[in-house]
Design a protein around this ligand. Structure first.
Ligand code: ATP
Ligand code: MG
Length: 440
């Protein structure tokens, strides 16, 4: 506007000058020294006015450039404001005392508050109580050494649980380099923490598994070596002294060879079964079973192989003649539980086996008076290769109960243990009767 008036004024002055110039020329027929001087002055004035006009045009051009620059700065500022506002990470600007001056949407949503409610508050109040002292200490430190700083704190959102956050702080300085504020980048790292925890657990499990595997390899080689030594020794004795040995002695050696081969076959069978369960290939094939007859046969078989140091008593209740179960898997269950009851009663003693059929359920209870199982081992009994801490020199691979549990699960049954170290152990297995689970 001012520029326009200025232009008009220059134009009017030029006009007036032109008229003056004309009049002076018209009266120039009478040469006069004063008139010549006026002419010169007018010419000078005209030059000045022209220069002034050029200067005005330049000024105008500069003003236009300034306006364009202003627009660009405005647009740039708007762009940065939007970047700040909609950044996927939380941004907070505070003064050097940590009072919030600006906060973007993400920061507000992380703290579950409105942007406005953050302004003017000390940032420390959004830090979980247990981390506040550390936060204040770091803030004080930042005032002295305001270089980039990275650390983790727990932030406290309104109405929610504290969450782990990574803070990254940058200094804001004025033209003279004085610290005038701090810019905080706030990142929720709950997921990162979870992943780290999962990786740690997976590594721990991997380590545990590898420990268990080496334990298993050691135990399995031992379990194979013992019967192999028995077989080779008995075979050698039979070969060398076949003429000197009595029939009873020979029978005893044959008996030992049979028992040792049976032990090896059993171990191999366990390993194969476990492999099948891991591959999801163990299947349930139920058929009608008379549970009393089946259990009695198993007990007799086992009693024959263990001699007279242990006595297995078998009692039953209820209607157990028409069960519909998988005989092979059932054999695994009862055989492993009875064998354990005997094996972990090294000083001999009674083993009670009770079968109860009631309410469409078969309950198998196997009770011994053996070494018992420590409490801390009880919850891990069904894990592969896990053995109790009190087994001492009693041999085993820690596979039996894993197989038992698999077989019970396939029947949709349940297994429980009660045990007291030094007093004995009771395993209870419950299987649904006459129920064929089609899904398995
Ligand atoms: P195997 O694979 O030869 O059966 P194992 O007997 O050691 O070896 P599991 O039958 O799976 O393996 O038993 C796991 C652990 O549970 C045993 O090592 C033992 O510590 C404990 N345990 C199982 N049954 C009994 C029991 N009746 N009395 C005491 N401890 C038992
Ligand atoms: Mg066992």
């Amino acid at each position: 506007m001012e520029e326009e008036i200025f232009n008009q004024q220059i134009e009017a002055a030029q006009q007036r000058l032109h008229e003056l110039w004309q009049r002076t020329r018209e009266s120039s027929s009478l040469p006069h020294p004063q008139e010549t001087l006026t002419m010169e002055a007018l010419q000078e004035l005209s030059t000045v006015l022209e220069e002034l006009q050029v200067a005005t045009e330049e000024l105008q051009q500069r003003n236009e450039q300034l306006a364009i620059a202003c627009e660009t700065v405005k647009a740039e500022r708007q762009r940065y404001q939007e970047l700040f506002e909609f950044a996927p990470d939380g941004y907070i600007v505070t003064n050097t005392s940590g009072i919030v001056q600006e906060a973007n949407r993400t920061a507000a949503s992380l703290l579950n508050r409105s942007q406005n409610s953050l302004i003017g508050k000390p940032m420390a109040i959004f830090v979980a109580k247990e981390d506040r002292k550390t936060f204040r200490d770091i803030l004080t430190e930042l005032n002295h050494f305001p270089q980039l700083h990275d650390w983790e704190v727990r932030l406290q959102p309104s109405k929610g649980q504290p969450f782990p956050a990574a803070l990254n702080v940058a200094a804001i300085r004025d033209r003279c380099g004085n610290l005038i504020g701090l810019r905080w980048l706030v990142r929720d790292i709950t997921e990162r923490h979870k992943q780290a925890e999962q990786t740690r657990k997976a590594l721990e499990q991997e380590k545990e598994l590898s420990n268990l595997k080496s334990r298993f390899i050691r135990a399995a080689s031992h379990e194979f070596r013992t019967p192999l030594t028995i077989i080779s020794m008995s075979a050698e004795l039979l070969e060398r002294y076949k003429h000197k040995l009595s029939d009873v002695q020979k029978d005893s050696h044959f008996q030992k060879i049979r028992a040792a081969s049976k032990q090896m076959a059993r171990l191999l069978n366990d390993i194969l079964l476990l492999d099948k369960t891991e591959a999801g290939k163990l299947e349930l094939n139920p058929i009608p079973v008379d549970l009393v007859e089946f259990s009695r046969e198993l007990v007799e078989e086992l009693q024959l192989s263990i001699g007279s140091q242990h006595a297995i008593t078998f009692i039953h209740q209820g209607q157990c003649a028409n069960a519909y179960l998988d005989k092979k898997l059932l054999r695994q269950i009862i055989d492993h539980l009875l064998s354990n009851a005997i094996k972990y009663s090294p000083r001999g003693g009674k083993v009670h086996f009770e079968l109860i059929c009631q309410d469409r359920e078969a309950i198998f209870q196997i009770q011994d008076e053996g070494i018992g199982i420590p409490k801390e081992d009880q919850r891990r009994l069904f894990e592969r290769f896990h053995r109790g801490t009190n087994v001492g020199t009693i041999s085993g691979t820690g596979l039996g109960l894993t197989i038992v549990k698999e077989c019970v699960d396939l029947h949709d049954g349940a297994i429980a243990v009660e045990s007291e170290v030094g007093s004995g152990t009771t395993f209870t297995v419950k299987l649904p009767l006459n129920q064929l689970n089609q899904n398995r």
